[in-house]
Each structure stands twice: as C-alpha cells, then as structure tokens.
Design a protein around this ligand. Structure first.
Ligand code: ZN
Length: 137
C-alpha cells in the first residue's frame, strides 16, 4: 500500500512560492524599499517594515547551515525515505530555508557543503524544492 506524504497548503502569502516551484524556479520575496530578500513569506519586510514586496527568482545556490538525519519516519508516508536529511540551507542571497537534502549519504553531509536547488514533482499541482549536495571526491 502506498501512503501519501502531506503536501503544502498554499495560502495568499505562500502561493507565489509554490507556483514558482511548480514551474522549476526558486523565488523569494524581495523588498523594493531596502533591496533585501527574506524568507519565509510575510506581508511586510522583516528588515524595514515596508509592504512593497515582489517575488524574484534567486540562484538556488547555497550551503548547508545546519542539518539533522531523520531515522524514524514521522508517518507512514515517509517510511520509504528514511534515513533522510533535513537541513537549513543558507542561500547565496542571504535567507535561510528548511529543506530536504538529496544526492548525498546522510553520514557524508557536512556544514558548509555546497548545495543547489532541484525540484521534485509530487502531483499535477505540487512540486517541492529540495537541495542537491555537490559532493567533491
Ligand atoms: Zn525592506
């Protein structure tokens, strides 16, 4: 039996993020007043308070800021994934976001390793951004 994993429920603030991901782009809210990116999406800029925000594509490049290895699936939908890596990625543009790492064995993940966004289509409406580790040998 195939157990589904929970998927995001976009709202007015987050829908642009998920729409961009579904089109294979990583977009973040960008403040037009102070020119800084932030994440997670908010109605006003956390740095200057401006409501002049616009979604802009970012490079999708970053590095591992912190991580943990999940060995026990939080629900049946995750059982096929364990062990997997949940990481906080520091994007090149500044903001941090929580994600799942791919392309690297959990015991090979290191703080500071370079990662690049990639997209995993879940169904006809939802695509999840994950980050692929660039492993140098
Ligand atoms: Zn601002």
């Amino acid at each position: 039996m195939n157990f589904p994993r929970p998927l995001p429920s976009p709202n007015a603030l987050t829908a642009p993020y998920w729409q961009a991901a579904h089109q294979g782009e990583l977009k973040l809210p960008h403040c037009e007043a102070c020119a800084k990116f932030h994440f997670y999406p908010r109605s006003t800029c956390p740095y200057c308070g401006s409501a002049k925000l616009a979604w802009q594509a970012v490079s999708g490049k970053g590095e591992v800021y912190s991580f943990t290895v999940v060995h026990r699936a939080p629900s049946k939908g995750f059982e096929a994934l364990v062990p997997y890596v949940v990481a906080v990625v520091a994007l090149a543009e500044g903001p941090h976001l929580m994600t799942r790492l791919t392309g690297v064995a959990p015991d090979a993940v290191r703080i500071g390793m370079t990662v690049q966004v990639e997209f995993q289509k879940q169904d006809d409406e939802t695509t999840l951004p994950v980050f692929k580790a660039e492993v140098r040998t």
